[in-house]
Design a protein around this ligand. Structure first.
Ligand code: HEC
Length: 104
């Protein structure tokens, strides 16, 4: 009885997760600026801004977030955060700041 209940509970949770992820995949084609803002706190975005100001003007002028759309920024950020030798956490914060302020 107990075992069956536990199994049912697991099955229900698994089902909920499955529904959730398929829905998400179907309704979110590309990240939007609002989607990025929701996942990061003000403090994290501010930290991302600081890293961007310090690290992203070493080889060229500081490109403003609003100079590119989210779609354009995504591959550029992958290239540039590597060039700037940011670790994963720094790269994530810079990406969050830049995408949250990207051109619409
Ligand atoms: C080690 C040098 C170096 C660093 C550090 C660097 N960049 Fe760049 N960046 C380049 C070079 C070289 C180009 C031109 C060639 C290219 O696009 O790959 C460029 C081009 C760009 C462009 C224009 C790309 C386009 O296609 O219009 C943007 C935007 C940019 N960088 C943003 C950043 C950001 C944001 C950072 C910080 C995470 C950064 N860069 C750090 C070297 C660097």
């Amino acid at each position: 009885m107990n075992k069956t209940f536990t199994l049912m509970a697991f099955a229900t949770v698994a089902l909920l997760f499955a529904q959730c992820s398929t829905k998400k995949a179907a309704t979110t084609p590309a990240p939007s600026t609002t989607a990025v803002e929701k996942h990061y706190s003000e403090a994290e975005l501010a930290e991302g801004k600081t890293i961007w100001q310090e690290k992203c003007n070493k080889c060229h002028k500081l490109y403003l977030p609003e100079s590119h759309t989210v779609a354009k920024w995504n591959p550029i950020l992958t290239r540039m955060t590597k060039k700037a030798k940011l670790d994963d956490q720094q790269a994530g914060l810079v990406r969050a700041y830049v995408l949250a302020n990207a051109k619409n």
